[in-house]
Design a protein around this ligand. Structure first.
Ligand code: NAP
Length: 511
């Protein structure tokens, strides 16, 4: 272990926290354009998974803080609406510049909050800067249509234009596993679409979003347009239920997503929920490539990715060779202190998460799986693990793993692999490895998921390609140009052209 864990931030962030008597920084939250304490003055301890120590105190907002945040968002939405769209783009460019200039602060915060290896965290920061840079691509989707009415006997003599308008206040609720990117990927399109936003970040990883709010403030976003409420999960349900919130964008587990949907009845909902990506390796695939991709797809971010490869279904005729290739790769994934640049995998978000993953591993072994690598956990650190010959009765084949485990199932053929994938309650991603064009098409068409990746592991990345779930993995589509559509409402304006002498005359019928 590399010594005590402390958050150290550059001067631009000095306004957002104060050092407590014990040296632990107390972060404020961002409501109505200022850095503020919760109305009751209460905070909660933020523990790092690196060694379990308290690295920060964060405001425990309550219902009245949420009320303040939604009111500010509602009252200030006109400020962003009255700003020329090109000015909104310029704010995004300025935020991108700030994020890039302070990339180290953002990256280390991610590492300390959630334990991601510092060799990986800068990738999330770059993705946010890239998402901001591509804001112009979002803006192209804020367009409409012209519809001539004389194709219907009902609307002859009229035309309509169809506009996309802001929904008003967007409620954004984010998970812990990409604490900077996921909330940002909600805030950016919401603001570009002239909405105001209230964000509720995960209480395991709230600081990344607070830093991002500071970047928006410094970039000149009008006050009150972006508000952050930190605190327990139930704030998310209150946000979803609030009468002044027009649209809810949620990313998190399927169970909590259902709760959010229950509270947000009657609102526009975008739900990005749990996933279980099966990677199907067929007997004509490049096995070296397939193994390398499956290992990286399963182990990046210690497997805490909704698009992680979380089971491999390999055709039994090539399974031995595939497993051999997998075993060559896994030794590279050194588990350790995530602050050490040579570490490839850090701890999971907390000890309970590591214990849950280990419970899935133990269940699989009890039911007959062969443990080829890893299998142990200590505190929040779970070893990179490979299980072979996993039987269909093992829970790990069906439950979201969210940890660094590769369960391998030996399947008879394509049909057998598809039967397993079809039984899953999830439908976010899948991968297929094959060099046969027709098999690729057959499998890709048969899989009931939002995205199929061929000859690579699924990776939503910056969201340049749209992604999202079917079945229990959610509804709506995320991505550049797609998320913004979920946050806009269509308004139709109908013009009667008769007063201009342009009303069409219908032909006289002879019978
Ligand atoms: P989670 O436990 O569902 O939490 C997500 C967010 O919901 C957090 O901000 C949480 O706040 C809040 N929340 C908790 N209870 C709530 C309630 N009763 N009402 C409203 N909000 C509530 O998910 P997580 O463990 O942070 O993230 C992992 C999950 O996210 C996985 O299932 C993963 O697959 C999914 N995910 C999906 C995608 C995708 O694109 N489909 C992307 C990333 C992650 P607290 O933290 O304060 O409890």
């Amino acid at each position: 272990m590399m010594g005590s864990v402390e958050i150290k931030l550059g001067r631009i962030f000095s306004e957002i926290y104060e050092e407590g008597p014990d040296g632990v920084p107390e972060f404020k939250t961002f409501i109505d354009g200022s850095w503020t304490r919760s109305s009751e003055g209460t905070t909660f301890d933020l523990r790092t998974p690196i060694d379990g120590s308290v690295i920060a105190r964060v405001q425990r907002c309550n219902e009245s803080d949420l009320e303040r945040a939604v009111r500010a968002a509602k009252e200030n939405q006109r400020k962003i609406r009255s700003l020329a769209a090109i000015d909104r783009i310029e704010i995004m460019e300025e935020v991108a510049r700030i994020v890039r200039n302070h990339a180290d602060d953002f990256a280390m915060t991610i590492t300390l909050e959630m334990g991601r290896a510092i060799s990986e965290s800068p990738g999330e920061v770059r993705a946010v800067a890239e998402r901001l840079r591509l804001a112009m691509e979002d803006s192209r989707k804020v367009s409409g249509e012209y519809i001539p009415g004389d194709w219907s006997p009902d609307t002859v003599g009229k035309v309509a234009i169809v506009l996309r308008e802001p929904v008003g206040v967007v409620g954004a609720i984010g998970p812990f596993n990409y604490p900077l990117f996921i909330p940002s990927a909600k805030v950016i399109p919401a603001i570009l679409g002239a909405n105001s936003v209230v964000v509720k970040p995960s209480s395991s990883t709230p600081i990344s979003m607070l830093l991002m709010a500071r970047a928006f403030q410094l970039a000149g976003l009008p006050e009150g347009v972006l508000n952050v409420v930190t605190g327990p999960g139930y704030l998310g349900s209150l946000l979803a239920a609030h009468r002044d919130v027009g649209m809810v964008s949620f990313t998190g587990s399927t169970e909590v997503g259902r709760e959010v949907a229950r509270h947000g009845v009657g609102k526009m909902l975008h739900l990005e929920l749990g996933g279980k990506a099966y990677a199907i390796v067929l007997d004509d695939a490049d096995l070296k490539l397939s193994a390398a991709k499956c290992v990286e797809g399963a182990f990046r971010n210690a497997g805490q990715r909704c698009d992680a490869v979380s089971a491999v279904l390999v055709q039994e005729s090539v399974a031995d060779e595939f497993v051999e290739e997998v075993m060559k790769q896994v030794t590279e994934w050194r588990l350790g202190d995530p602050r050490d640049p040579s570490t490839k995998m850090g701890p999971l978000v907390n000890e309970q998460a590591a214990e849950r993953v280990n419970g899935l591993v133990r269940d699989a072994v009890e039911k007959g799986s062969v443990l080829l690598h890893g299998g142990e956990r200590e505190r929040a650190y779970h070893q990179p693990t490979v299980l072979d010959r996993v039987p269909e009765s093992a829970k790990i084949l069906w439950e979201e793993t969210f940890g660094p485990v590769i369960p391998i199932v030996r399947v008879r053929d394509e049909e057998h692999a598809l039967q397993i994938a079809e039984r899953s309650r999830y439908g976010l991603d899948a991968a297929v490895f094959t060099n046969n064009f027709y098999r690729m098409w057959r499998v890709a068409k048969a899989l009931r998921v939002g995205e199929v990746t061929v000859n690579d592991y699924p990776r939503h990345g910056v969201g340049f390609f749209p992604f999202g779930g079917v079945k229990d993995s959610g509804l709506g589509r995320e991505g550049i140009g797609y998320s913004i559509e979920e946050m806009m409402v269509i308004k139709t304006i109908v013009f009667n052209l008769e007063p201009a002498g342009l009303g069409k005359v219908r032909r006289t019928r002879t019978s």
